[in-house]
Design a protein around this ligand. Structure first.
Ligand SMILES: Nc1ncnc2c1ncn2[C@@H]1O[C@H](COP(=O)(O)OP(=O)(O)O)[C@@H](O)[C@H]1O
Ligand SMILES: [Mg+2]
Length: 238
């Protein structure tokens, strides 16, 4: 079943078409990767799907809701980790969790249960009394990830969740992405790391706001005259 569909979706900033006539779908339960160079339109597309940015062309449905007219209903169903991680810097890890738990309207018992569960999976527990500003970048991203799944959303959007991290921290994040998908959450994530494309069930390759190719990693790899994903991605660089 498709949990996301868009038809000729577009967003312009002045004369710049950041997202240009994008028609795509996401199957429930899959990990969809949005691949593209800086400026390709990944963030703009994700923001429209999350209901935080209004499209000015085309249409889209997320979890049965219209992205333009029912964005409020969409925001209750999803988790969103933005590219610019927004932690409360002068608060501790636990205080960040409590703050976002209250935003999600979780009660004390729900929050405690879920936070205990998450601490069993990620290595944040021993850092819980540290200020967010004191965390190394891998743990900052992990905290942002944990916040995005705190309320066990049906649909998770991750905008370059591993950007700038060392390989080990990237692996840690991917482990959690897989765990989340395994539990039934649909994941839409963007990346500019080619190796990560292989971890996705399906890919959308974007270039100048448009979809250049979509399909399985193997399919995209077979394009570009058999020269593989690297070549295809290289050809899409501005
Ligand atoms: N708020 C904005 N105002 C003007 N231009 C924007 C804005 N947001 C994004 N853009 C432009 O839209 C294009 C796509 O940006 P973005 O969606 O952030 O790409 P990506 O996430 O793939 O790097 C870029 O050329 C960017 O400069
Ligand atoms: Mg971006």
């Amino acid at each position: 079943m498709e949990i996301i569909t868009t038809h000729e979706l577009g967003k312009s900033f002045g004369s710049l078409k950041a997202v240009d006539r994008v028609s795509m779908f996401v199957e429930e339960g899959e990990i969809l990767g949005i691949l593209g160079a800086n400026g390709a339109g990944k963030t703009t597309l994700i923001k429209m799907l999350c209901g935080t940015l209004k499209p000015n062309e085309g249409s889209g449905q997320v979890a049965g809701f219209d992205i333009a007219a029912e964005s409020g209903s969409i925001r209750h169903q999803i988790g969103y980790m933005s590219q610019s991680v927004s932690l409360l810097e002068n608060m501790t890890v636990t205080e960040n969790i409590e703050f976002y738990g209250s935003i999600y309207r979780m009660n004390r018992k729900q929050l405690t249960t879920r936070w205990n569960e998450l601490q069993g999976m990620v290595n944040l527990g021993s850092h819980r009394h540290k200020l967010a500003s004191e965390l190394p970048s891998g743990l900052r991203q992990m905290l942002a990830f944990v916040i995005s799944v705190l309320h066990s959303p049906r649909l998770l959007f991750l905008d370059e969740p591993t950007s700038g991290l060392d390989p080990l921290s990237r692996t840690d994040i991917w482990q959690q992405i897989y765990r989340t998908a395994y539990q039934g959450t649909t994941v839409v994530m963007s990346t500019h790391y080619l190796d990560e494309a292989w971890y996705c069930d399906r890919l959308i390759l974007m270039e100048n706001g448009r979809i250049k190719a979509q399909g399985s990693p193997e399919y995209l790899d077979s394009l570009a005259g058999g020269k593989g994903l690297v070549q295809l991605f290289f050809m899409s660089q501005p």
